[in-house]
Ligand binder design. Structure first.
Ligand code: ADP
Length: 321
């Protein structure tokens, strides 16, 4: 709210009786540009303050406020996989938390509308999004990441029997919500490469995509299909994350590699895309995910593994793409 306090102080100097109506208009217009990143509630508060302040100026009888400031375009990063169960939701949640800790203003959308899990992963199952002017307002997760999931809107456990277009509309409502000052949206895509995925990508044009794969998934070339969905639609590839890579011993933390090491990195190379990192198969990741305590919120080895991937995503985004 410091921006509002700053606004109030600047408005006061204008309305101290020294400003004439024309000067006030100029002042207010420049102030309005400052509020571009505020939520709709905060914008309403600013509008009310402008009106109240302006009406105290001699000669001002009516105030009309048009907020025309352009929002910064929200960049979307799609997290996708060729099939379910590879850890796409786990990565999306932890990536969002790690990005937030790196200072990125990030929001999270659970686009996996047939099997939403982000509300549980992010400990926000008890929160319900509000709507304002037909636009959804995201809920706040305890990790400082605003988020929206179908899991917030439908009864838990109720399978959505929606067909393509309805599913696509539901997804659009989540993505086109009032994300306030967020600059980046992590979108946990539905698994696979069907119509819902294709129309989301065509409609919302992600800035880039992260593909999640297990070592086995790579061998079965499911990941390759996910990559080709983005290639067909000209969405740049940020890179590949290998999940459930090796096995982290819950007692000593040592990671062993029953399937050998380096296969995913080599496969990423063959597909011509960067390798972003590997997350081991660790019982602690499963337990903490189920408990709504994402490892990326901490600084142990798993937290660092997610942060390293987040740093690469930030570097990629800052690379001007
Ligand atoms: P998807 O979104 O691809 O369907 P999830 O993120 O829901 O996959 O993960 C599927 C299951 O695997 C969940 O129970 C999750 O806790 C678990 N899981 C994901 N990644 C790991 C990991 N690196 N180590 C252990 N369990 C994991």
């Amino acid at each position: 709210m410091t921006q509002l306090e700053d606004f109030a102080a600047r408005l006061k100097t204008l309305t101290d009786g020294r400003a004439s109506a024309p000067r006030l208009k100029d002042g207010v217009m420049s102030l309005v540009l400052d509020v571009a990143g505020l939520s709709s509630d905060q914008r309403d508060a600013v509008a009310a303050a402008i009106r109240e302040g302006a009406l105290t100026v001699p000669g001002v009888e009516d105030v009309r406020i048009a907020m025309t400031a352009e929002r910064r375009p929200l960049k979307i990063v799609a997290v996708a996989s060729g099939k379910g169960g590879v850890g796409k939701s786990t990565l999306s949640a932890n990536l969002a938390v790690a990005l937030q800790r790196l200072g990125v203003k990030v929001g999270l959308v659970d686009a996996d509308i047939y099997g939403p899990s982000q509300a549980r992963l992010m400990a926000s199952e008890d929160r319900k999004p509000q709507a304002k002017d037909k636009q959804l307002i995201p809920v706040q997760s305890p990790f400082g990441v605003p988020m929206l999931s179908m899991g917030h809107l439908v009864e838990p456990g109720k399978a959505l029997a929606w067909r393509g277009p309805m599913a696509g509309n539901a997804l659009a409502q989540l993505i086109e919500a009032d994300w306030g000052d967020a600059e980046l949206l992590i979108v946990d895509m539905p698994p696979g490469t069907g119509d819902v995925q294709l129309s989301m990508v065509q409609k919302h044009k992600p800035a880039g995509a992260v593909i999640v794969s297990t070592p086995q998934d790579l061998a079965l070339i499911d990941a390759v299909r996910a990559v080709s969905l983005f290639e067909q639609t000209q969405v740049p590839m940020i890179g590949l994350v290998e999940n459930m890579a090796g096995y982290a011993c819950p007692h000593c933390g040592e990671v062993s590699d029953p399937f050998g090491q380096g296969g995913a990195e080599a496969a990423a190379g063959e597909m011509g895309m960067p390798f972003l990192g590997r997350i081991p198969l660790a019982i602690d990741i499963r337990r903490r995910s189920d408990a709504g305590d994402p490892p990326a919120a901490g600084d142990d080895a798993h937290g660092v593994a997610f942060r390293t991937i987040a740093e690469k995503v930030v570097a990629w985004l800052r690379g001007g793409r």
